[in-house]
Design a protein. Structure first.
Length: 291
C-alpha cells in the first residue's frame, strides 16, 4: 500500500498545536523513533511520563487509526533515505545556490504532502467529483489561482467546474447547487474566513464539501466532509506561503484530476482529444485572419 510512512511528518506538522501531554509524547517519539516501534501505548506513555490514554489521544490528533497505524508509519519513515531539511535564502546568495535550495525545498514539500494524503479520503473525494453535476472551487489570493487552475483542468474532461473571485457570486451558485454537487474550499492557512463561510453555507444546504489546507484542525476543515492536506512548509523569511504551498496545492489538484480522469479513461481521452482539436482550430483560425 502506498504512503505507509509519514508518521514523523505528521508529528512535526502538528507539534506546536498539540496539548502539553501529547506534545511530551511527540517530543519523545521524535527523539527516539527506533525505540517507539517496539513499544506498546502503555509503555510509551510511561517513558514519556504521560499515559497510554494520552498516546491514543495523540494518534487521534494526528488523524490516524490508532497507535499501530502510527508505528507502521514511523517504521516506514526509518527505512527512507536521509533527506535534506528546508533551507532559507541567505544574503547575497548566488543564483546557483538559490536554484539548488529552491529545488530541494520544493521536492521536500512535495514528498511530505504525499505522506499526508489519506487514501480513503482521497478516493471518496475523487468519486464525489466524478459523480458531481457541478464542482465549485473556492480560493482567495494565491489559493484563488489554484482554484482557477483546477477549473482549467476539469473543464477539459467535460466537468462543469467553476471558480469566482466574487464571493457573492459564489454564494449564489451554492444556493442553486444540489446534494450531488461539490464545493471545494482551498486555503493554505485553513483560517480564511471567506472559505470557511462558503463551506459552512454549502453544508447547511446539504452540498458535499472538500477542503485543501495545511495539516491540522482549522475553521475551514470544520465544515469539510473530506479533508485533504498539504505540508505546512517551513518558510521563515523570503519564501511566503505563496511559493512552496502553491506547488503542493497544485500537486494535490493534479492527483485529483488524474484520479477522476482514470475512472472514466476512454471518455477522458475522447474529451481531451476534442478540447485539443478545438484549441488547435482556434489557433489556426487566428493565423488565417492575420494573413
Amino acid at each position: 500500500m502506498p504512503f505507509i510512512n509519514g508518521g514523523i511528518t505528521r508529528i512535526n506538522e502538528m507539534l506546536l498545536s498539540l496539548p502539553p501531554s501529547e506534545k511530551k509524547i511527540a517530543d519523545y517519539i521524535l527523539k527516539n523513533p527506533e525505540k517507539v516501534i517496539s513499544l506498546t501505548a502503555k509503555e510509551l506513555g510511561k517513558r514519556s511520563e504521560t499515559s497510554g490514554a494520552a498516546v491514543i489521544r495523540l494518534c487521534k490528533s494526528l488523524n490516524l487509526k490508532g497507535f499501530h497505524d502510527l508505528k507502521i508509519r514511523i517504521a516506514g519513515d526509518l527505512q527512507r533515505k536521509e533527506e535534506y531539511g528546508f533551507r532559507d535564502i541567505d544574503p547575497d546568495e548566488t543564483s546557483l545556490s538559490i536554484i539548488d535550495k529552491m529545488t530541494n525545498n520544493s521536492i521536500q514539500t512535495i514528498r511530505e504532502t504525499a505522506q499526508l494524503i489519506d487514501i480513503d479520503q482521497l478516493q471518496t473525494g475523487v468519486q464525489w467529483m466524478n459523480d458531481a453535476s457541478k464542482i465549485l472551487f473556492i480560493g482567495v489570493g494565491a489559493s484563488g489561482m489554484i482554484a482557477q487552475d483546477a477549473v482549467q483542468k476539469f473543464i477539459r474532461i467535460n466537468k462543469n467546474a467553476y471558480a469566482f473571485e466574487d464571493m457573492h457570486i459564489a454564494a449564489t451558485v451554492i444556493a442553486n447547487m444540489s446534494k450531488n454537487d461539490v464545493v471545494f474550499g482551498i486555503s493554505f492557512s485553513g483560517a480564511t474566513v471567506e472559505i470557511a463561510n462558503m463551506l459552512h453555507l454549502a453544508k447547511r444546504r446539504g452540498v458535499k464539501t472538500i477542503s485543501l489546507t495545511k495539516y491540522g484542525k482549522w475553521p475551514v476543515t470544520e465544515h469539510a466532509d473530506i479533508k485533504l492536506y498539504t505540508s505546512t512548509t517551513r518558510e521563515p523569511i523570503f519564501r511566503s506561503g505563496a511559493t512552496s504551498s502553491r506547488i503542493v496545492q497544485l500537486q494535490v489538484m493534479d492527483i485529483l484530476f488524474m484520479s477522476v480522469a482514470a475512472l472514466q479513461y476512454p471518455v477522458t481521452v475522447k474529451h481531451l482529444d476534442e478540447t485539443r482539436d478545438a484549441v488547435d482550430f482556434f489557433k489556426k483560425g487566428n493565423e488565417k485572419i492575420k494573413k
